[in-house]
Design a protein around this ligand. Structure first.
Ligand code: HEC
Length: 91
């Protein structure tokens, strides 16, 4: 009985870890697509990588870019917002 519930607990934890990782990967992929589509028309993504790596406030920069004309949907803003928070560095 004890072993069984321990096994169930382990499986639950593993499932949660697997789900979380998958979600993060797809956010990364979506965010990169958005960056290529919406951000690299005016400048290269090297500029974005440099600012990100330097630890600049990407959310503020994103807002500033929207002011300059980056046309992001609500969903795209959200994905990028999560991306800046989740990824310590662009890969
Ligand atoms: C309408 C043109 C335009 C679009 C679209 C655009 N940018 Fe920019 N971006 C600029 C300009 C102009 C500058 C400032 C001049 C420069 O550094 O080339 C700049 C500068 C930057 C910088 C450097 C700022 C700093 O403080 O280091 C970053 C980072 C950046 N943009 C990120 C983005 C991201 C992320 C997106 C997509 C959401 C984006 N940009 C879309 C025009 C644009």
């Amino acid at each position: 009985m004890k072993i069984q519930s321990a096994a169930v607990a382990v499986i639950l934890v593993l499932a949660r870890v697997a789900c979380g990782a998958g979600e993060e990967q797809s956010i990364d992929r979506k965010a990169r697509e958005i960056i290529v589509k919406k951000c690299t028309g005016c400048h290269s993504d090297a500029k974005i990588k440099a600012a990100f790596s330097a630890g600049k406030d990407m959310r503020a920069i994103q807002k500033e870019m929207q002011g300059r004309g980056a046309n992001l949907s609500g969903n795209e803003q959200e994905v990028l917002g999560i991306y800046w928070k989740h990824s310590p560095q662009l890969k």
